[in-house]
Design a protein around this ligand. Structure first.
Ligand code: MN
Length: 734
């Protein structure tokens, strides 16, 4: 393959004629003319007509002996991106396959790559392959990149480094995977020139200095081997093997070797006609020169993953220097140089099947190729195998910063969000895909640029997310969120249970759930705050009943007192009713405020009468007793709790009340009689009389009389006081 020479369209067509039919050549020419027309008036940075570039790209593809569709794709690869031509127009003018290839190359062109860590480079390579869908897209892209690298000097230095870096990290490894070593080496060497010009030119110098010496040495080896092979009648091409700058650079700088330590600088390659001849030649080489231990590799029996086959050995050569020898068949050499393209080299007369179903089976990259090698020798089938989605299990998408994220296919923006960060996942409220809002269950496609919209105020994951997401990573994080959130649920549940228990105790929750009261209770149970207490109730670490009991203890104590009083009143009322039933009726003439039918009794200790100031006293089980308000029996602190407001009835004329009077006077004959007579004169009944006298001639007369009211009483007391020898008249307590 010519490196710096520009191929003309005439040369290209001439080369194509060597392996394509006249119809195919016509098809390819048509693609050229179409591209030339589309790109007319366009120029490259170098100042050349733009069409030179597609011609070179197609030329590289012709060198790889690609099929006419791929070559047409090479001519047309830039028209959709750079001209008015659309994919539909290409499909109409040519066919679906050409349009598909152009579409693929255009899409790959949109992938932006910035140097990142190795993993990112690997992901980018996978993404390329995944997006390409058809390996021919990658071949066109490699040819495109190769020509762009050849003309890199026309770009500004910054761009040169960027492109060179992208080439070394993405394109050269892709070429290597596909086994296309010619392209791989050239891409690497050009990249090195821009990435590390100093070292590049130093190696160029070093190689130049020893060239003559090296070449004469190789010549000697070739002569010797040729003679040996002539003896055994083996037909072979023997040549010095060119070393590539980049591989020397890597050995020197990555393995830290001196230039003259790199002994495979001296290398010969022997191409023969059969595998049998390969081993025969190996035997001869090992007979001539002593093999170095551990340097023999049989890649014929065990091909490399990219299908490379060859025998490698290193021997101590004629001048005592290590000499590397590669032995392989001519077919193997084709594969070594052109890799996948060599397998695919277009065979005259065979039309490629246009729209065969792609293989159902998902095989890995290398298995497919290897399978093809052992089972299929048909170019058509091979092309079909290349259409299989090689990484169909995966989808490759971009962060807004250009990182590639690898996700299982079927992944949605939420999987992406959780891959970036848990918090981003939890706060996701939407996603922009390629700048457009899409639903959260949007299925990600290769090359999508994803911008996750988040909000600190989002409600967090919903249960649906577990169904939408594909990655176990996302699902696990969503589950973890729910686990944590369950605390919130437990708090709510606990609160609800405690409320219910409080209500069951007949208390309004808000009465019991004061801040102060809650604090008292959660501290008592050794919780930090009320939420912890509620959460514990929620997960049943403590019963709601117990919490409710504690929360209401004070309220219930107060209530109990009130209730006891009420019960007493109720009891008194019932007693009254009982007595009424027995026709027992005793009217006290006292009204108990707000209460009817209550058993009311005038107390016997102070015998209040209408006109006296009175208070009611709630007795235990014997109703209300009415005392004079100055009666010491009802003035104790304890008794005050049982006071009840009572009043005399207004009409008292019909009723009589007992009053105790004590009269003191000089003990003379007839005093008792005069007292009784005076009371009698006042039309007042006496129910009880008791008289005695002491040694000092003091008479004490105690009488109990029935009076109507205090007025009546006062008159009687005045009347008694008028009796001669009466000293005092006192109303007494019993
Ligand atoms: Mn291009």
């Amino acid at each position: 393959m010519a490196k710096s020479d520009i191929i003309t369209i005439e040369q290209l067509i001439e080369k194509a004629r060597n392996y394509l039919t006249a119809d195919d050549v016509e098809f390819v020419s048509r693609a050229y003319k179409y591209a030339e027309n589309a790109h007319k008036d366009q120029y490259r940075k170098s100042g050349e007509a733009y069409i030179i570039h597609p011609i070179q790209v197609a030329g590289i593809l012709v060198d790889l002996k690609m099929d006419p569709v791929t070559i047409a794709g090479g001519f047309l690869h830039d028209v959709v991106e750079d001209t008015e031509i659309t994919l539909e127009m290409i499909e109409e003018e040519f066919n679906k396959e050409v349009a598909m290839l152009v579409d693929g190359v255009t899409k790959l062109g949109k992938i932006k790559y910035q140097s990142k860590e190795a993993q990112q480079a690997e992901n980018h390579r996978k993404m390329f392959v995944a997006m390409a869908k058809d390996i021919r897209v990658i071949l066109i892209k490699l040819a495109d990149r190769l020509h762009n690298m050849r003309t890199l000097k026309f770009l500004p230095p910054e761009k040169q480094r960027q492109k060179a870096n992208e080439t070394i990290e993405i394109f050269a490894p892709l070429a290597h995977r596909l086994g296309i070593s010619t392209i791989k080496w050239e891409l690497e060497d050009i990249s090195l020139r821009y990435l590390n010009p100093q070292q590049y030119y130093r190696i160029v110098q070093l190689m130049k200095q020893k060239r003559e010496q090296r070449e004469s040495y190789i010549e000697e080896v070739i002569k010797e081997v040729s003679n040996q092979l002539l003896d055994v009648n083996i037909d072979a091409d023997i040549s010095g093997r060119p070393k590539h700058l980049y591989s020397i650079y890597q050995k020197m700088y990555k393995q830290n070797k001196q230039f003259n330590e790199i002994y495979d600088l001296l290398a010969v390659r022997i191409l023969v006609n059969s595998i049998k001849d390969c081993y025969a030649v190996l035997g001869i080489i090992h007979t001539c020169w002593k093999p170095m231990p551990g340097r023999f590799k049989d890649y014929i029996a065990m091909p490399k993953q990219n299908l490379y086959q060859s025998l490698h050995t290193t021997v101590i050569g004629p001048k005592g220097d290590p000499l590397e020898v590669q032995i392989r068949t001519k077919e193997m050499h084709e594969i070594a140089e052109y890799g996948i393209a060599a397998h695919w080299a277009y065979k005259e007369g065979k039309q490629l099947n246009k729209d065969k179903k792609s293989f159902e089976e998902k095989l890995t990259w290398f298995r497919e190729i290897l399978d093809w090698q052992s089972e299929t020798h048909d170019a058509e089938e091979f092309v079909e195998s290349l259409k299989v989605d090689l990484f169909s299990d995966m989808v490759y998408v971009f962060t807004p910063k250009g990182d590639v994220i690898e996700l299982p296919s079927g992944s949605v923006p939420l999987d992406f969000a959780y891959r970036i960060h848990t918090e981003i996942g939890n706060q996701t409220i939407g996603a922009k895909i390629n700048g457009k809002m899409e639903p959260l269950d949007y299925e990600l496609k290769n090359g999508d640029i994803i911008e996750v919209m988040t909000s600190k105020h989002s409600y967090g994951p919903s249960q649906d997310w577990l169904k939408i997401t594909q990655t176990s990573q996302a699902k696990n994080k969503i589950r973890a969120f729910f686990k944590k959130q369950r605390r919130d649920e437990n708090i709510a549940k606990g609160k609800d249970l405690v409320d219910k228990e409080i209500r069951a105790l007949g208390i309004e929750p808000k009465e019991a759930l004061t801040e102060e009261n809650l604090k008292r209770v959660y501290e008592r149970f050794n919780f930090i705050n009320d939420d912890d207490l509620y959460a514990a109730v929620g997960y049943q670490g403590i019963t709601a009943a117990l919490v409710a009991t504690r929360l209401t203890d004070k309220i219930r104590q107060t209530r109990q007192k009130e209730q006891d009083l009420a019960q007493t009143l109720e009891g008194a009322r019932n007693e009254y009713k009982e007595k009424e039933k027995k026709k027992y009726k005793k009217d006290s003439g006292v009204i108990v405020e707000g209460v009817e039918n209550l058993l009311v009794r005038l107390s016997k200790c102070c015998n209040p009468v209408p006109g006296d100031e009175i208070i009611g006293y709630i007795t235990k089980g014997r109703g209300v007793s009415v005392h004079r308000s100055d009666c010491p029996n009802v003035l104790t602190e304890e008794a005050k709790e049982r006071h009840l407001h009572v009043e005399w009835e207004v009409d008292q004329t019909q009723k009589q009340y007992h009053v105790d009077l004590e009269i003191s006077g000089y003990d003379r004959r007839g005093l008792l009689n005069e007292v009784l007579q005076a009371v009698n004169e006042m039309k007042t009944n006496i129910t009880h009389v008791n008289g005695r006298s002491d040694r000092n001639k003091m008479a004490i007369i105690q009488i109990t009389i029935l009076i109507h009211n205090t007025d009546h009483l006062r008159k009687i007391v005045e009347r008694i006081k008028q009796i001669k020898d009466v000293y005092t008249v006192t109303r007494t307590l019993q």
